[in-house]
Design a protein around this ligand. Structure first.
Ligand code: SF4
Length: 319
């Protein structure tokens, strides 16, 4: 990882939504960096704030506070016009490929639109570029004049990836890109993403609730719980040697990737608390299976380094 000049630096990012008189704390102070060419996996249960974080990073909605520095530029301080120019460099790939593709447009129109908008491509040049992009993701260009509903779920996700690539992005935020696909198709899409990463030196944030999926594509993994990152580090360490009780339970629930296979692996009980009522102290304490210290209920643990590049927010975790 390039420590000197990360492509993305997020500092103390917060997104609270007003719900009546209360604040829904979707993202509650996230700080992280992503190096150029790196894939950071962002994993956690549904509702932990990982998708909101992805949208904040892509500037699709403004944060409540905090900063997003992309390629050295504080994007939240940019005037709208300059932000628009920056946007193609940060592309989001969505979970539901069908909902994200306009059903009334052909695939050629869908993939061609960003080329027309951002590169003023037209005519034969536009046609050639669309064909190239479709070939890159394994779609036969002869099918380009079909509509999205004429493709399978996996093919539609490939088309969504081709559309994202049309902007020549530096950063791709892939939000649960394989969650709606069959397992065999998931493997194909993950392979497409790995190939593209190598070919185009892409930097990727890969969001998933599935630890096994994230473990297959990530250089580093950040584990989110109730709006916060509770553990972040090299993928191998986070998977094989999770240090936060929440991460250990997440990883333990997937025996084929977990170091703690078998009945002794800790299991998560119950649902996460509502982000409208975040527990005091360590927000994981109502579900934590360890013998907690008094401070667990009173003092929010900060991320601290317990191994090189491996940070954990738990009072009791030891390297
Ligand atoms: Fe459990 Fe305490 Fe660590 Fe939180 S700080 S995860 S409650 S041991």
């Amino acid at each position: 990882m390039n420590e000197v000049s990360p492509l993305l630096r997020v500092t103390d990012l917060v997104k609270h939504y007003r719900v009546g008189r209360r604040a829904l704390r979707a993202v509650d102070g996230v700080t992280l960096e992503v190096a150029r060419g790196e894939t950071l996996g962002l994993v956690g249960e549904s509702g932990c704030g990982k998708s909101t974080l992805g949208r904040l990073i892509c500037c699709l909605e403004p944060p409540t506070s905090g900063s997003v520095v992309f390629d050295g530029v504080d994007v939240l301080a940019l005037p709208e016009r300059e932000l628009r120019r920056m946007r193609p460099r940060m592309q989001l790939i969505f979970q539901d490929p069908f909902a994200s593709l306009n059903p009334h447009k052909t695939v050629r129109q869908i993939v061609g639109l960003p080329l027309q908008l951002w590169e003023r491509s037209k005519g034969e040049e536009l046609r050639r570029r669309v064909d190239e992009l479709l070939e890159t993701v394994g779609i036969d260009p002869r099918q380009a004049d079909r509509f999205p509903h004429q493709f399978s779920g996996g093919q539609r996700q490939r088309i969504g990836i081709a559309r994202a690539l049309a902007c020549k992005p530096d950063l791709i935020v892939a939000d649960e890109p394989v969650a709606s696909l069959d397992v065999s198709i998931q493997a194909q899409i993950l392979q497409v993403m790995r190939d593209l990463r190598q070919r185009f030196s892409l930097t990727t944030i890969f969001i998933s609730h599935d630890v096994s999926v994230v473990s297959h594509v990530s250089d580093r993994i950040a584990v989110m719980y109730l709006g916060k990152v509770v553990e972040i580090g090299p993928a191998q360490s986070v998977i094989a040697r999770s240090l936060h009780p929440y991460s250990r339970a997440l990883v333990g629930a997937v025996p084929r990737v977990g170091a703690e296979e078998g009945p002794e692996a800790p299991r998560l009980k119950g649902e996460p608390p509502s982000p409208l009522a975040v527990p005091s102290g360590c927000r994981f304490h109502p579900r934590c299976y360890l013998n907690q210290a008094a401070e667990c209920r009173q003092v929010e643990p900060e991320l601290r380094a317990l191994a090189p590049g491996h940070l954990v927010a738990c009072h009791l975790a030891a390297g």
